[in-house]
Design a binder for this molecule. Structure first.
Ligand SMILES: NC(=O)c1ccc[n+]([C@@H]2O[C@H](COP(=O)([O-])OP(=O)(O)OC[C@H]3O[C@@H](n4cnc5c(N)ncnc54)[C@H](OP(=O)(O)O)[C@@H]3O)[C@@H](O)[C@H]2O)c1
Length: 267
């Protein structure tokens, strides 16, 4: 595959926000897009946009927490032809806004099920299928991208489970990358800051350096083409987050405690 021109791309959570913007950005005449999401209507609308550009689109309404359905979907996609790029993007958020001492255990479990197990259900069947592809000298078998977040670099009192899920995904992706590279499979971790989408539309606080989903998709595409290990953006927020993450936790706790809390409602 050519990193700067993947011909077949599978995206989870393609019915909305960043996933939908990525689908539209990758759409081009003759490209194969395999798009998953839960909301059939919104998924169909994204597919229509991509088809209008000339892409060949396959959609599947499914839940990333359904391990068997995910495995069957991904194996089926590879049975038609190699999938060059897989983006494990689907996710939900939720925080402590309006909650008593902590977010509920049910919310934590739901976030972990979708943001962690859902990513596992995407990434591992994809790597297993890529491994079966013939290895050509100097060429990659495939590329897998995991959607993390800048929220995954330091525990945040306003969204502990969300941040933990994104830290887990980042660590998983970075670990995998070092092992799969020698098998011709590139793994990348995407860590966006605030991106305008239904997930952030519910946040009742100012979001520094908020950017459109379209701009985020362009940045992600460009950096996936360069096989960047960590795709962290926008750089000004990334610089602040990095500083925040390397300072002693005890020192930054008072500031972290004053940060706004993500609403508890799932988004
Ligand atoms: N927006 C940000 O500022 C930001 C920043 C950093 C990271 N991220 C991450 O980027 C990813 C996309 O977020 P977004 O902002 O684009 O949010 P979004 O607009 O709410 O989109 C989330 C997508 O994930 C899908 N999804 C959620 N739960 C699912 C499930 N159980 N099974 C299958 N699909 C499911 C949704 O599908 P349906 O709508 O069909 O249910 C939707 O397509 C998430 O992983 C998020 O954590 C976002």
């Amino acid at each position: 595959m050519k990193l700067d021109d993947p011909r077949s791309i599978l995206i989870t959570g393609a019915s909305s926000g960043i996933g939908a913007a990525l689908a539209r950005a990758y759409a081009a005449p003759g490209k194969r897009l395999i798009l998953g999401g839960r909301n059939a209507e919104r998924l169909a609308s994204v597919a229509t946009d991509c088809e209008a550009i000339g892409a060949i689109v396959e959609t599947r309404v499914l839940d990333v927490t359904d391990r068997a359905a995910m495995q069957a979907w991904i194996e089926g996609a590879f049975a038609t032809g190699p999938v060059e790029l897989v983006i494990a993007n689907a996710g939900i958020s939720g925080g402590t806004g309006g909650a008593p001492a902590s977010e509920s255990q049910a919310q934590v479990e739901r976030i972990f099920a979708i943001n962690i197990a859902g990513v596992v259900n995407t990434v591992f069947p994809a790597i297993a299928e890529m491994q079966k592809l013939p290895r050509e000298a100097g060429r990659l078998r495939g590329q897998v991208a995991l959607m993390s977040s800048l929220a995954g670099f330091r525990g945040l009192p306003g969204a502990p489970a969300y941040g933990a899920s994104k830290a887990c995904v980042r660590s998983l992706g970075e670990g995998l990358r070092g092992r799969t590279a020698r098998h011709g499979i590139a793994v990348n971790v995407i860590c966006p800051g605030f991106v305008k989408s239904p997930m952030t539309d519910i946040n009742p606080y100012p979001m520094p350096f908020l950017m459109s989903a379209e701009k985020a998709a362009r940045i992600i595409m460009r950096k996936l083409a360069r096989n960047r290990a960590r795709i962290c953006f926008p750089w000004r927020l990334w610089a602040l987050v990095w500083l925040f993450s390397i300072l002693p936790v005890g020192l930054t706790d008072p500031l972290a405690a004053r940060m706004p809390e993500k609403p508890t409602a799932e988004s």
